[in-house]
Design a binder for this molecule. Structure first.
Ligand code: B3K
Ligand code: ZN
Length: 848
């Protein structure tokens, strides 16, 4: 197929690159980049092919001698030098190109953001900077000289020289080009140090634009905590004298792990109590950790090709999740991660974009930075840790670092270290990496003569291109509770490897209540015929915090499914919530998690999985009715919890006070269905932190009663773009569905909306896509509006446009009228003139 890259086509690069020297002479419209590559041919090497896009070649020479025009050829995608023009042994290739960072709106390669220069090279952006073999298995040492009058000039590695108008950087560690970075601007640092376990003193800097320095302390502390944790949990030390983080305002994603010079979206660095929420603090810490952890899992050991992306991303997400559990959230972290896995990855697996964590073909690799590669990739690592146990996992990771440091690796290399460390055969387990789809695990039970048996069956529905699904190796963590709530069989991990399999427990005095898939030990959908009474029992007694939450979640979901089809709220559920609310032994954050109802999209997906066409308006009504029923039954307890959990004193983002605020906002959401927003209005006007301010505002917007507060908020924060993103988001996401299209249109068309900035665009359109009943409005106005904006963004920023098109991935779930409208919107995008490769691949798959 044209333009398709296949895993099976992999070939090693025929040259080795010993060293790369680059000189950048920065100018917004005409930056000059001189590169010198020291190339050594491998056996059988022929022509030199270098990737290059949107480069104007100024000169080209080998060992100092200019190349004759017939010796090379430049196309839209690269530069080829004929074998005949090459010396027999090693040689130096010099090129000079001109590029225009100020015209780069795609934010890939070298571009400008608010007067500063910055780069984003992963996955294939380096080819927009210079001619180079832009593939991760080519690892080289880089020396970089930057010439510019700007005061701060940064690149990877350690500083080598500095003077008026220039700086030089030397990175001693060989790296793939996607980890290259350059930053130049008028920046200020918040600095600190970290001394590694072996005594190396590392200078740490968080670089921001003047004025933002006061919001960097939390990020700096998070970096120090991450460095410490990686030493303790994985024995990994940092390996340069310097670690720089730079915040930029225009960035296509969260952050980037460039060697020694991480570049971050400013929303994931800057935090103050007045401007950032508890969740922002949590995310900042997690992303700083994630990018830092990449230094070993990604940079020192990288990917052989982009098909192996989950090798670094799945593992690094698993590492950052473990970090946040250890330093911040404890068991709550698993609950949050599973909720997000279901909302994003299960949804992806169930639709036209389903793909394995390691895909085997792509057109545009940027379209594969997905929940499946990241979050499911992390689940697969977690299952390996469950199967090998803590010690076995650590042994395997030690072997991975010993064996593969400095290499570009594959999933096969990764599986092999687990096999070698444990002596086990993991060939069936490997299917988790190579096949798409979420297994459905159904279970029934038998109890005879003191023996309790669980009969499991696993089925995975076909996904695009994969009709047959052989059974997976599934670790199922199970514990059994006795009738009085005591644990009679503590957690053990059952290993299912067949389509149907039974496991027995003998010597039991009475029929137990099973707690299955504890800690969500595998990314599957568990199906079990159970009673509301049993779920309520587990919600009250399970010793596994995840399954305790899960029991309440199942009750909530089942009652919402019934209500969305005309049923009434289940009394067992309402009663169980009352019990949980009154359980003073449960952490506030846990109670908050239990009070939050499944989202509308999750209910729609559950209905669709049951073969029911979801009605977005009925789902929304069911959710609101259930909130109201809970509030009516438990009003006194909710008011008591709301009042008891006010946090006195100055703001702290720590888990304790954040959990109290979460419980307060969760109770407030229910109470607001009774008091017409009176408490939310009071909280909004008293709030001294952004968590409560935006939390209260959101509740008012959802009721259509927050105009005065919206105006006050806008007046206060007009000059803070990151805060105004929240103002746009709450309106787009929470406005009543019948008004949402109009609200979004009004904001979008006001002159103040800087839609070319990805954060601004996502705040409004991304927020709108999360407004389930608004986006899926029956008359198709939501789809049409969304399509208009994707078509408008695509020519400037294909990556962000393509990523946001996933809002359409569930379109086939809905009724024929909605489907017709969604299909028309997608076809309109598909037919837009000059559609990017990124977005065209996505709409193609969405329409397939
Ligand atoms: N590795 C980057 C993501 C790059 C995305 C390119 N489209 C951030 C991260 O996962 O840490
Ligand atoms: Zn990552």
């Amino acid at each position: 197929m044209d333009g398709v890259t296949l895993l099976s086509d992999y070939q090693p690069y025929p040259f080795e690159i010993e060293k790369v020297s680059m000189v950048f002479h920065l100018a917004p419209d005409a930056t000059r980049v001189r590169s010198t590559l020291a190339l050594t041919p491998r056996a059988g090497a022929a022509d030199v092919h270098l990737d290059g896009e949107e480069l104007r070649l100024v000169s080209i020479a080998i060992d100092g001698a200019p190349l004759a025009p017939e010796a090379y050829r430049v196309t839209e995608t690269g530069l080829t030098i004929a074998a005949g023009a090459l010396p027999a042994g090693p040689f130096e290739l010099q090129t000079e190109v001109e590029i225009a960072p100020a015209k780069n709106t795609a934010l890939e390669g070298l571009y400008m953001s608010n007067g500063m220069y910055c780069t984003q090279c992963e996955a294939e952006g380096f080819r927009k900077i210079t001619f180079y073999p832009d593939r991760p298995d080519v690892m080289a040492r880089f020396h970089v000289r930057i010439e510019s009058d700007l005061p701060v000039l940064l690149s990877n590695g350690n500083p080598a020289a500095q003077g008026a108008g220039f700086a030089e950087w030397d990175d001693p560690w060989p790296k793939p080009a996607y980890l290259f970075a350059l930053v130049a601007g008028d920046l200020r640092a918040t600095s600190g140090t970290f001394t590694t376990a072996s005594g190396r003193k590392v200078d740490l800097n968080i670089w921001v634009r003047p004025g933002d320095e006061a919001r960097c302390d939390f990020a700096l502390g998070a970096l120090q905590r991450s460095m410490k944790w990686d030493e303790q949990a994985y024995g990994r030390e940092y390996d340069l004298d310097l670690f720089n983080i730079v915040a930029v305002d225009d960035f296509n994603m969260g952050a980037m792990e460039n060697k020694g010079l991480n570049i971050f979206n400013s929303k994931l660095v800057l935090a103050s109590p007045e401007t950032a929420t508890d969740l922002d603090y949590e995310r900042i810490e997690a992303v700083i950790a994630h990018e830092y952890f990449h230094n070993w899992t990604g940079n020192r050991i990288t990917c052989r090709d982009w098909f192996q992306l989950c090798l670094k991303e799945g593992l690094t997400v698993y590492r950052d999740q473990s970090f946040t559990r250890d330093v911040r959230l404890g068991a709550l972290k698993r609950i949050d991660d599973v909720a997000s896995l279901r909302a994003r990855q299960f949804r992806e697996d169930a639709g036209p974009l389903a793909h394995p964590p390691r895909p085997s073909s792509y057109r545009e690799i940027n379209n594969f930075y997905t929940a499946t590669v990241y979050e499911k990739g992390a689940e697969v690592v977690g299952m390996l840790a469950t199967l090998l146990g803590g010690e076995g996992y650590r042994k395997a990771l030690d072997l991975y670092f010993d064996r593969h440091d400095g290499q570009a690796c594959t999933i096969e290399d990764w599986i092999k270290v687990f096999e070698d460390a444990s002596g086990r055969d993991l060939s069936q387990f490997k299917l988790w990496y190579t096949q798409a789809g979420t297994p459905h695990l159904s279970v029934s039970e038998r109890f005879e003569n003191g023996t309790y048996t669980l009969d499991f069956e696993q089925v995975t529905a076909p996904t695009p291109g994969e009709p047959e699904k052989p059974p997976r190796h599934i670790p199922i963590a199970v514990g059994l509770l006795g009738p009085n709530g005591d644990e009679v069989v503590p957690t053990q991990v059952l290993e299912m490897t067949q389509g149907r399999q039974s496991f027995s427990f003998s010597g039991l005095a009475a029929k137990p209540v099973p707690s299955i898939l504890r800690g969500f030990s595998a990314p599957v959908v568990l199906e079990r015929d159970t009673t509301p009474a049993e779920q309520a029992f587990l919600l009250a007694h399970d010793t596994d915090p995840f399954n305790r939450w899960e029991a309440g979640r199942n009750l909530a979901r089942d009652t919402l499914i019934a209500m969305a089809q005309g049923g009434a709220p289940a009394p067992d559920y309402i009663a169980a919530v009352g019990q949980m609310l009154g359980d003073a032994t449960a952490m506030p954050a846990f109670r908050a998690a239990c009070l939050r109802l499944p989202g509308e999209d999750e209910i729609a997906s559950a209905l669709a999985a049951n073969g029911v066409v979801p009605d977005p308006d009925a789902i929304r009504a069911a959710r609101r009715d259930l909130m109201k029923a809970l509030a009516q039954t438990h009003e006194a307890a909710l008011v008591a919890a709301y009042e008891a959990h006010a946090v006195p004193g100055p703001y702290s983002p720590d888990a304790g006070p954040a959990g109290q605020r979460a419980l307060r906002l969760a109770t407030l959401a229910l109470l607001s269905t009774l008091d017409a927003g009176a408490r939310a209005k009071a909280l909004f006007s008293d709030a001294t932190n952004m968590t409560e301010s935006i939390g209260a505002l959101g509740l008012l917007v959802a009721q259509g009663t927050g105009q005065a507060e919206l105006d006050a908020f806008a007046a206060r924060w007009a000059s803070e773009p990151l805060v105004m993103d929240k103002w746009r988001s709450v309106q787009a996401m929470l406005s009543p569905p019948e008004a949402a299209v109009e609200v979004v249109t009004a904001i979008a068309e006001s002159g103040a909306f800087e839609w070319k900035n990805p954060n601004r665009f996502r705040s409004l359109l991304g927020g709108f896509a999360a407004n389930h009943a608004g986006f899926h409005r029956a008359d198709g106005a939501g789809y049409a509006l969304y399509a208009d904006w994707l078509i408008k963004l695509d020519p400037l920023n294909p990556q962000t446009a393509a990523r946001m098109s996933t809002a359409f991935e569930t379109w086939r779930r809905y009724d024929a009228t909605r489907q017709t409208h969604a299909q028309a919107a997608l076809k309109r995008i598909a037919g837009a003139p000059g559609l990017s490769r990124d977005l065209s691949e996505m709409v193609g798959r969405l329409l397939e």
